[in-house]
Ligand binder design. Structure first.
Ligand code: ADP
Length: 486
């Protein structure tokens, strides 16, 4: 198959969140499986270091006509992993800006137009480069117009006769909702402007367009693919998703074990493996020093690395914080987020010196040290499409305590439910009380002989990209078959 992965951000070129990690790792994993041609395409933002990544100009003066607008693009190219082409759509008026989507916390007012341009330019680039894609893999609202264009402006275009699309939802909370005027220069077929198209409460919802017009849809965990079909999690799009439930799949994101393995992690002072946990004990002592906690090897350390927001359930932690501090445990938090919550945790650490340590900020190296030095990792998320930290935690022998939602539910098995498969502790309701009960249970097991078994169970697990890439290939094939049938 010829596969093109279209994404508004890709590691290592440009990143604001998890989408970039997926778009950077998946092409490599697919390429490794062999037998397919895979390429990646993204906008050429100001933040992309052309020199460092060896970008070369491959085409210029390309006319991009989208609706009544016409603009010009250039295509730059580099390669990753030796043989995977990455294409950059260049148009300084749209992409030579400080941020990817925002400036000073405010979305750019022409975001709809910028990504409509990118979507149209992606299709034009396929033609100009002679890349006859069997699959265009689109991600989130920024590339959602690609399947829409293929079913409208490009419908009669023979070049795309056999091009199928798959659309991945990374977080349904971000939908690309715009007033119709923002894209009034594009004349879509009339029915596209109704609820059968991308109309959404009087606005134009690009994500909805992607969900309706792509051959296959998926999201980043099985559980989340079910949850988003309900009113509680669907953010208004549950009806659309339910209607397409036969074409909706969940594939867990993989983990880069080159970056996240205690045996070779460069950010930690002492490496360790599941068969020799001495290094982990020393990492814990280091972590206690770093956070000014009382040096005590017997006190279980609960770690958190997170955006400090309600989605991540930090308000639940706040609710039981006083009770937690009465237990034999220590608390370590790294994150940034809502000012009120940040302030609460800062004050709390001052109130409980030696027992609670907080660092406000974003610090990747410290995140590694927390994973290595903690005994448990807490993720009480209200929703979590996939979640990465619980999977890193397993590898580092740091037992996850999670809420049973999205990817957290798919990856963590409660030890009391299944002592063979159990790799952590899990609670159902997004409430402080059940969370606190589960923490108490975990603390109880910490002092038992079973603890080591739970730790080693997690460290054995393999969530690398290989298995997920295979599943993506299966979905690509399904999409291709579906396209042929129509
Ligand atoms: P989300 O994408 O919703 O924030 P994920 O768990 O999917 O949550 O991914 C978050 C990633 O960002 C993880 O790798 C986590 O370690 C990292 N991270 C989050 N906050 C911080 C921080 N303050 N410092 C360092 N890394 C962080």
């Amino acid at each position: 198959m010829n596969i093109l992965i279209a994404s508004s951000e890709v590691v290592p070129f440009a990143k604001t969140g998890g989408l970039a990690d997926v778009a950077g790792a998946l092409p490599k994993a697919i390429y490794k499986l062999g037998g397919n041609k895979v390429a990646v395409i993204l906008p050429n933002y100001r933040m992309i270091d052309a020199k460092k990544f060896g970008l070369e100009l491959v085409k210029e003066n390309i006319k991009i006509k989208f609706g009544t607008k016409e603009s010009e693009a250039r295509i730059f190219q580099t390669k990753i992993d030796g043989d995977i082409p990455v294409y950059f759509i260049d148009n300084p008026a749209y992409f030579d800006r400080d941020g990817l989507y925002q400036i000073s916390g405010q979305d750019y007012p022409d975001n709809a137009e910028r990504f409509a341009f990118f979507s149209a330019a992606t299709l034009e680039a396929c033609k100009i480069l002679g890349f006859k894609a069997d699959i265009i893999h689109c991600n989130d609202w920024q590339t959602a117009l690609i399947p829409v264009f293929l079913k409208s402006l490009y419908r009669e275009n023979g070049f795309f006769k056999n091009t199928a699309t798959i659309f991945t939802v990374h977080n349904i909370g971000y939908q690309g909702n715009f007033p119709f005027e923002k894209l009034s220069f594009i004349q879509f077929p009339e029915e596209f402007y109704t609820y059968r198209g991308f109309e959404f409460y009087g606005n134009m919802n690009l994500l909805k367009g992607g969900l309706i017009f792509s051959e296959i849809i998926n999201t980043v965990s099985r559980k989340y693919s079910e949850e988003i079909q309900t009113q509680e999690y669907g953010c208004g799009l549950e009806g659309v998703l339910k209607e397409r439930s036969k074409d909706l799949y969940g594939i867990l994101n993989g983990i880069d074990y080159e970056e996240w393995s205690p045996a070779k992690d460069k950010f930690i002072k002492y490496n360790f493996t599941k068969d020799n946990l001495k290094g982990k004990e020393k990492c814990k002592t280091e972590l206690q020093k770093e956070f000014d906690l009382t040096p005590d090897n017997k006190a279980p350390v609960i770690g958190l690395i997170t955006r400090i927001v309600a989605q991540k359930g930090l308000d639940l932690v706040k609710e039981v914080f006083e009770s937690l501090m009465q237990m034999k445990m220590q608390f370590v938090l790294l994150g940034t987020g809502e000012p009120d919550l940040e302030k609460f945790f800062k004050n709390a650490s001052e109130k409980y010196p030696g027992k609670a340590g907080i660092k406000i900020g974003f610090d990747n190296a410290l995140a590694h040290r927390i994973e290595a030095g903690s005994d448990m990792f807490l993720m009480p998320s209200r929703y979590e499409p996939c979640g990465l930290n619980q999977i890193y935690s397993l590898k580092y022998g740091t037992v996850p305590i999670v809420r049973a939602t999205g990817g957290l539910d798919d990856t963590i098995v409660d030890y009391e439910d299944d002592s063979e498969k159990g790799n952590g502790f899990k609670f159902a309701e997004a409430c402080a009380k059940p969370m606190f009960q589960r923490i108490k249970t975990a603390l109880k097991y910490y002092n038992s002989r079973e603890w080591k078994k739970i730790v080693q169970k997690g460290m054995k697990a393999d969530f690398s990209w290989g298995a997920s890439a295979k599943r993506y290939l299966e979905l690509y094939q399904l999409a291709v078959n579906k396209k042929r049938e129509t």
